[in-house]
Write a protein that binds this ligand. Structure first.
Ligand code: AHR
Length: 502
């Protein structure tokens, strides 16, 4: 059997994991809002029209922050359309997704829903068709206590208390030609700077995220970051990264190695931020907000047809990727990568949360969880505390897209209660790994459990009629003696090794 080793010690620490690393995203797109989190008339919905079965699943995930309302959608959105009496809210054409937005669910509803699921709001402002005027007004509306036009309007609209939104995105993917109001790096940098400045004048306690380039492989990537940060470095707090992975070539070894790309992407953006800061002779460091990440490719061909045939339709079943088991493995590795880079990545949003490239799916009759729900749940539950930097020795493999990829992808987190969790993916298609963990630094810990997500078929999926095809099992198969722990981790598996104090 192939062997791998891992040494974990609390002295090798990356730092405290910002819990916002386990954030997610709801866009006005497809059935994410309408028919997803909001479904008035459905027997599973509460008096506000919120699907209670969805709320329950989101609560279990313990998502600390949810980005809203877009995405591409935000670049044509008037936030004012989404407040006030519903019968007065206009229906608008959404040019981003060629649908009609009724605005029946808006800012108040989202803040109310977020409170119910126990999340904070990460609100994106429109820097496509709008700018700093609309942005400063929405900050005043959401966060100012009262005595001004916009804050009093919020109170008239039913929310005496301010929403207290602390994190704001300055637009979305502004270098993309698909974006409504695409900008050059200079144009965007200037607009982001002035917008951030006045938003913070309204509420100095907020933090803002500047749009990095839309993707690592965009021609503008790199020069975009440097040029736009040249304009807005001092007024922004984070730079965004977006990345979606696909296995359209049906090359599983390369697909499972794609977290290597995420790691390189993060490290490059850190360098770009530090170079931009260095040029300004400032001590201020920018952190990263990886506010869109996931696997996305299964639905793309079908979506073209649906959108073409239903132009200006409402809540269309688009971007409804049905995730398989190997997608869950990559999502596990991507989470490991985010944890390993959590000294600079402070926010990350799994894109998205419900129905649209999502871990949670709904129908009129209920909801179920996709394969990717499981690693996200485990990371969110056990990945909080101090991220450690384990020393890993693993057999390597070469594949079409990458060389020398470790079969074992792993990291460790020390919980505030003294517990230790090791997350591990075995990327091998055929070989189990005998994993030896040197835990001599944690003599008082006891082995609690080994959670394994595995399926013999990498293409196995969870669907409404068979929702439990890919589910984790709990094993007690590890042996801990004198600080040495041994366990077998199956070929193609996501593993959570939990240790706690007696
Ligand atoms: O998450 C789906 C879309 O992907 C978002 O609207 C956009 O920001 C990205 O291109």
């Amino acid at each position: 059997m192939k062997k791998a080793t891992i040494i974990v010690d609390q002295d090798f620490s990356i730092g405290r994991v910002d819990e916002r690393l386990f954030g997610s995203f709801i866009e006005h797109l497809g059935r994410a809002v309408y028919g997803g989190i909001y479904d008035p008339g459905n027997s599973r919905s509460d008096e506000a029209g919120f699907r209670q079965d969805v709320i329950e699943l989101v609560r279990k995930l313990n998502v600390p922050i949810v980005r809203y309302p877009g995405g591409n959608f935000v670049s044509g959105f008037n936030w004012e359309d989404s407040i006030g009496p519903r019968e007065h809210r206009p229906a608008r054409l959404d040019l981003a997704w060629s649908t009609t937005e009724t605005n029946q669910f808006g800012l108040h509803e989202f803040c109310h829903w977020s409170e119910k699921v126990g999340s904070q709001v990460m609100y994106a402002v429109n820097l496509g068709t709008r700018g700093m005027e609309a942005a400063r007004n929405v900050v005043e509306y959401a966060n100012h206590s009262g005595g001004s036009y916009w804050s009093d309007l919020r109170r008239v609209n039913g929310s005496e208390k301010p929403f207290g939104i602390k994190l704001w995105c300055l637009g979305n993917e502004m270098d993309g030609p698909w974006q409504i109001g695409q900008k050059t790096a200079y144009e965007y940098g200037r607009s982001a700077n002035e917008t951030a400045k006045v938003m913070k004048w309204v509420d100095p306690s907020i933090e803002v995220v500047a749009c990095g380039s839309s993707a690592y492989d965009m021609p503008s990537f790199g020069s975009w970051e440097l040029e736009m940060l040249d304009q807005c470095y001092e007024n922004v707090d984070y730079v965004s990264l977006h990345r979606y992975y696909s296995n359209s070539a049906n090359d599983t070894p390369s697909f499972l190695a794609k977290s290597v790309d995420m790691d390189a992407f993060i490290k490059t953006v850190v360098s770009l931020c530090d170079a931009a800061g260095g040029k300004k002779h400032t001590k201020k460091k920018l952190n990263l907000s990886f506010d869109e990440w996931n696997v996305w490719y299964h639905s793309q061909e079908q979506d073209k047809q649906i959108m073409k045939q239903n132009r200006w339709g409402q809540s269309l079943p688009v971007l409804e990727d049905v995730y398989n088991f190997e997608d869950a493995l990559l999502v596990g590795s991507l989470l490991i990568t985010l944890l390993r880079n959590s000294d600079r990545v402070k926010i990350a949003c799994l894109a998205q949360l419900v129905n649209v490239i999502a871990p949670i799916m709904t129908s009129q009759n209920g909801c179920w969880v996709q394969t990717i729900y499981w690693p996200f749940l485990h990371a969110s539950l056990y990945g909080r505390g101090i991220a450690l930097r384990p020393v890993i020795n693993s057999p390597l493999y070469d594949c079409t897209d990458f060389a020398a990829v470790p079969l074992l992808d792993a990291t460790a987190v020390l919980g505030d209660d003294g517990s230790l969790t090791i997350f591990a993916v075995n990327r091998s298609l055929q070989d189990d790994l005998e994993l030896s963990c040197d835990l001599r630094a944690f003599q008082s810990l006891k082995f609690k459990e080994h959670i394994v997500l595995h399926h013999d078929n990498p293409k196995a999926v969870n669907i409404e009629s068979a929702p439990n095809t890919v589910v984790p099992v709990v094993r007690q198969d590890g042996q801990l003696q004198d600080g040495h722990f041994k366990v077998q981790i199956p070929a193609l598996s996501w593993n959570v090794l939990n240790f706690n104090t007696p």
